[in-house]
Design a protein around this ligand. Structure first.
Ligand code: NAP
Length: 434
């Protein structure tokens, strides 16, 4: 059978991992497919000088992505540039030239995936994006194929390896957020500007894609309440442990009778649950189906080779589909449109909450805080204080029984004006047994 030809735009982390796997594993890939997957063209800003594996031979090199998307011999364009501007032009350029597309771009697919898929379907080409969420975990294949017969009711994920590395290092070594972040930056696990990771934006893009796949709804990034981990302090782990919990940046999408509640935020999760055991830079996704109940997926969320495997596997699937003449017919972003999964604000969720305060110690503090909680009809569950000598910066925790997030936010707003508080209270939801 005739070989399928690939053009690769972007030769950074993922691009070089992809090229390495394609050449090193060529024999197996050919045996599995029954035909060759051949790299015909590569492009990056330094493609003319880039050192590439010699097995690639005299592959066409260019600095201009247009020469890849219009290359007459290229069947599939692999977009591994990232971002939402040039990457979009590359993908749309490939579609306009009737080339299939493989991408690892979470940011673009979260922002404009639905529109891009519509164009791909109209053009009768294939589009694949496995590597865009949770790098080496084949979660797209799971949602689109493995458990597609089920009806998803909830999805919980640890979708950002950098924040999980930081939180587990704080937990295990008792170090501060700042110390672990600068270590992660030194080791190359965190970017010089860590905002996309630590403020939750990266996980938000990934959750947007996963929940679109899981619920068949068009979900925009704005539908997802997002809060990062900057305010988590080492002391929070001590309190969380006392409560039998730990803290993770949890991406969650849950169906309620009124619609789907989506959030990326630090949350307390019980220590005995499987998600709590996800440590370091690993990612995990837990899916709950109406019929099949719970399934769990775990692996490397990033990295040149794990992500490269996802890209190469997508290339193999797309190549098979090209050879069998079977383009996508239904967009994974909006296959149901039944309206039952409409996103609703997180303020409508009911949860127990963990409220952590830093105060200048003096009499009447608990009474003042309890008074505000009572005003908002919130039932106090427990007050915890680990021994501490610093009376002018005293941390303690109040846990409250399940209540609406709206009530908790109103209470926190009211409390923020109290003069004994050194900073606004930190409010974290306590997730039941995910
Ligand atoms: N890194 C991961 O582990 C990971 C995991 C999952 C998904 N992803 C996604 O994969 C994509 C690529 O990430 P990455 O980490 O590989 O990025 P990267 O290391 O920054 O690589 C980007 C590549 O794109 C090239 N490039 C930039 N602008 C270009 C342009 N206008 N024309 C042609 N080439 C251009 C760069 O060229 P030069 O090298 O010449 O500058 C570089 O080769 C992103 O969407 C990212 O979100 C990454």
């Amino acid at each position: 059978m005739r070989q399928v030809n690939v053009g690769i735009v972007g030769l950074g982390n993922v691009g070089t991992g992809t090229v390495t796997i394609l050449v090193e594993n060529e024999e197996q890939i050919t045996a599995k497919l029954g035909f060759r997957l051949c790299v015909k063209a590569v492009c990056s800003l330094d493609a003319d000088t880039k050192v590439l594996p010699p097995q690639l031979g005299d592959v066409f090199r260019t600095l201009d992505w247009r020469e890849v998307v219009t290359h007459p011999d290229v069947d599939v364009v692999t977009e591994l540039v990232g971002g939402t501007t040039v990457a979009r032009q590359i993908i749309e350029g490939a579609i306009a030239n009737h080339k299939s597309v493989v991408t690892a771009n979470k940011e673009l697919m979260a922002l404009a995936g639905a529109e891009i898929w519509e164009k791909a379907i109209a053009a009768g080409i294939n589009l694949a994006m496995e590597a865009s969420v949770a790098g080496g975990i084949p979660i797209h294949a799971v949602l689109r194929e493995g458990i597609s017969g089920d009806r998803i009711v909830a999805l919980y994920g640890i979708l950002n390896g950098t924040t999980n590395y930081i939180l587990t290092a704080m937990e295990e070594r008792g170090e501060s957020f700042e110390a672990v972040l600068s270590e992660a930056q030194r080791l190359g696990y965190a970017e010089a500007n860590p905002s996309a990771d630590v403020d939750g934006w990266d996980a938000r893009s990934k959750l947007g894609i996963l929940s679109a796949l899981a619920f068949g709804e068009k979900i925009t990034p704005e539908d997802i309440y997002t809060e990062g981990i900057r305010r988590i302090a080492q002391i929070d782990f001590q309190y969380a442990h006392r409560l039998g919990h730990t803290i993770r940046l949890l991406a969650s999408a849950r169906q309620t009778p009124d619609g789907v509640i989506l959030s990326v935020r630090p949350a307390l999760i019980p220590r005995q649950t499987i998600l709590a055991s996800v440590r370091g830079s690993y990612n995990a996704v837990w899916v709950r189906g109406k019929y099949g109940e719970d399934t769990f997926y775990y692996g490397r969320g990033a990295g040149s080779r794990p992500t490269g495997v996802a890209v190469v596997s997508d290339l193999m699937r797309v190549a098979r589909e090209i050879r069998s003449g079977s383009p996508e017919r239904v967009s994974p972003f909006a296959h149901e449109r039944l309206g039952e999964y409409t996103p609703i604000p997180v303020t409508r969720q009911k949860r127990a909450y963990y409220l952590r305060f830093r105060v200048t110690d003096r009499p009447g503090i608990i009474a003042a805080l309890a008074g505000i909680l009572a005003e908002k009809h919130i039932s106090l569950e427990a007050v915890l204080q680990v021994p501490c000598d610093t009376k002018n910066d005293l941390p303690f925790v109040i846990t409250v029984e399940p209540t609406s997030e709206e009530a908790v936010r109103e209470a926190v707003d009211r409390m923020s004006g109290l003069d004994f508080l050194l900073e606004p209270p930190l409010a974290l939801p306590v997730e039941p047994g995910v």
